[in-house]
Design a binder for this molecule. Sequence first.
Ligand SMILES: [Fe+2]
Length: 199
Amino acid sequence: MEHAKLCFALCSRFTGSSLGPTSLDMDGFALGRNLANVAAAAVREGCVGETLAAALAQAQLAVAGDVECRRVLEIIARDEAEHSLLAWRFVQWALQSGQAGVREAVSSAFREVRCRPLRAVARTSAPRVWNHFGRLTSDQERDVVREAWAVVIEPALAALLDSAGGTSEASHVRASVPSPRKPSRRGRCPGSPNIDSTG
Ligand SMILES: [Fe+2]
């Protein structure tokens, strides 16, 4: 909620008019009661989504020069990292619970989200201006996402599965997750990691 307020404040500044949210549509939203399903959702939205959100916010902060944008990005990067950590801890707990179907759901969710296409990023003819105000170009976003998968998500996934037992399965999952730097030639997964990071 705080992130939304901060971002609307920036939007209001750039547009010169007061902008804010409307009512939130909660149709179709329901908390799952099955631990396997909840763990899979935590993988998609937390372990991956929040981790990428944190990495992107940190990269945006690194290139931003505008004082107000930097202040907002510092808050977002810190908060997203905390959200990500919470998700990884929850999934670890879910795996260690030993409940039926959790390992399979977690592994499947990682493979699924890894193969989603890249988020569309508007192109700009003024990348320096975008960077100054905390925006990344599409190439910069792609690099950040690949780095986050290679350096954070895949190693953390491996450690998570290993710590919960079943080393052979962990190896299988790692092998089945396409490398972000070596796209699949068979087209099963185009090698474009998901960066749909709503945070
Ligand atoms: Fe978040």
